[in-house]
Unconditional design. Sequence first.
Length: 317
Amino acid sequence: MSDLNVSHEYFTWRLVQDVAEENGYFEDEGVDADLSYFAPGTQEFEGENAFDADWWDDMDEDGGTHGVCEWNAVQEVSETDRDIVGSYSEWDRVVFVDAADDAETIDDLRGRSVGINKYATSFYSMREMLENEGFEDDEIVLEHVGEAEDRFDAVKDGEVDSIAVLEPFVTLGRYDEELKEVFDGPCRAAITTREQPDPEKLEGFLAALNRAVADINDDLDGYTDRYVALLEDEAADKAAFDDVNFERLREEFELREFLPVRAPDEDRIGATTEWMREKGFVPDDADIGTAEELDNEGVIPDDEAESEEDEPEATAD
């Protein structure tokens, strides 16, 4: 039986996990990790949105430890015995409109629809981001369009005015000749666990991931083709991505640095929790547990520690 049975929803970290496994970093750190990738919101759920879907109950059968958006992590911990055991950041969340649309910035979308996945990160993150851009409640119009390929079709067909997506669909959208980017913001992520794992195993798990992060960051050019191959696999045989100019993507795409996973960022999590409380997504007296025994000195390699300075602040989006 594995020490950590881990499921996560972020495409970019597939590369990190693969590199860590291939180089034997989990074994070196004394951790037997069972890793998988999932896309929340593509499954069948009951409930109106991410707030009441309780999708993590389904995930418990597959993974006791989840890498998810920080908003969902806070809600999950407030309702269960879970703890947040790590903080990290996914690349941009981006809003696209049809290339022929008059909108040029996010301000042009006040009162206009944004296609999101209501069972995933965007249910929370886009609302907070738009609020921080000065949108009033009645100017925020979020419409559920579940899978990303359906969102690509929906905005091009005029079913919604814009769409919000995460990677890999951010990069695919940026090279889609029928789409135009009008906004990007950081996506905060966290790792939660159903049962508090052995502190040494948890530290070893995060350290193994960060050794892979360091490898990739030290050779971004060398890993670019591999990442592009992952993008091509994701888009293969899906008509929604027929407008993606892969020839230009292969020529121009530059893999960006990964920020390390670290012990829970309590300031950042606190700001997320406060916003969630104000919106009624967590109780006023919710106890958001974090793994206090983790030491970043044992998790983040010295040459990666300085990159924490580039971390988006808790209120950045």
